[in-house]
Design a protein around this ligand. Structure first.
Ligand code: UDP
Ligand code: MN
Length: 255
């Protein structure tokens, strides 16, 4: 039978949040064997995300855990300063380990809320025995960051990464997925604050897999099925003035 795809999405409140979640949900609805684990970066689950998930039509688990204040990015901090999603992804790993057994066939994917996913990506993941890898579009200063796949042996020979190419696994979070069995067996594999910027992917992978075990997918890493899109924060300068006058444009309407 087909494995369940467990997609772990850290998310936080901001003007574009519901738009991001809507884009993701409407992609995920096309994947039948799908379970969405949404982890809010918040001390409590919010009404917006709770309502959104209830009416989404998806199978989901809703969790929340706040990033500790000392690790939270400040408004004007560049985003490489601190890792994002560490607390949330670890909460999801804990949930998987507490709620699933080795008899549950599954694949675990870290699906950030601002990326763009093709349905084709989720079909590829069904083939994963240990860790599957594939190209990611629009990341690391390149059009494509990808494993280099030998098309005779169908093995990963290296990586084309330009950004921090010395990382043990120079992959983006969107560029791999893990067989659930590996995460259930390696109960001490976690994301960590105690690593250099950009090393979260390497941190989790080095604990569960070796480079020669990676399984190249997406036609020997020649197809792009996920894009590291980033959503521009909206200009809300007029709204700020309305708020001061107590007349917001969205009074009583969820955006
Ligand atoms: N995120 C979060 N709390 C934050 C900032 C980000 O939970 O304070 C989430 C965000 O919604 C996304 C993931 O963490 O799902 C990665 O963040 P981002 O997309 O900003 O990272 P980047 O694209 O820069 O790697
Ligand atoms: Mn992102």
């Amino acid at each position: 039978s087909r494995p369940v795809i467990y997609a772990i999405t850290p998310t936080f409140a901001r003007p574009v949040q519901k738009a991001e979640l809507t884009r993701l949900a409407q992609t995920f609805l096309h994947v039948s064997n799908f379970h969405w684990i949404v982890v809010e970066d918040a001390p409590q689950k919010t009404a917006l995300v709770s309502r959104f998930l209830e009416t989404s039509g998806l199978i989901y688990t809703h969790l929340s855990v706040a990033t500790p204040p000392n690790y939270k990015l400040g408004r004007n901090d560049p985003n490489w300063k601190k890792p994002r999603g560490v607390e949330q992804r670890n909460a999801a790993l804990r949930w998987l380990r507490e709620n699933l057994k080795l008899s549950n066939k599954g694949v675990v994917y870290f699906a950030d809320d601002d990326n763009t996913y093709s349905v084709k990506l989720f079909h590829e993941m069904e083939k994963i025995q240990r860790v599957g890898v594939w190209p990611v579009g629009l990341v690391g200063g390149l059009m494509i960051e990808k494993p280099i796949c030998d098309n005779v042996t169908n093995k990963v020979m290296g990586f084309n990464a330009a950004w921090k190419p010395d990382r043990p696994f120079p992959l983006d979070m969107a560029g791999f997925a893990i067989n659930l069995e590996l995460l259930l067996k390696h109960t001490d594999a976690w994301f960590s604050y105690d690593v250099q910027g950009g090393y979260q992917e390497s941190e989790i992978l080095r604990q569960i897999v070796t480079k020669d075990q990676l399984e190249p997918l997406a036609d020997c890493c020649t197809k792009v099925y996920v894009w590291h899109t980033r959503t521009e924060p909206p200009q809300l300068n007029v709204e700020q003035m309305l708020i001061k006058k107590g007349k917001r444009s969205n009074a009583g309407i969820e955006v």
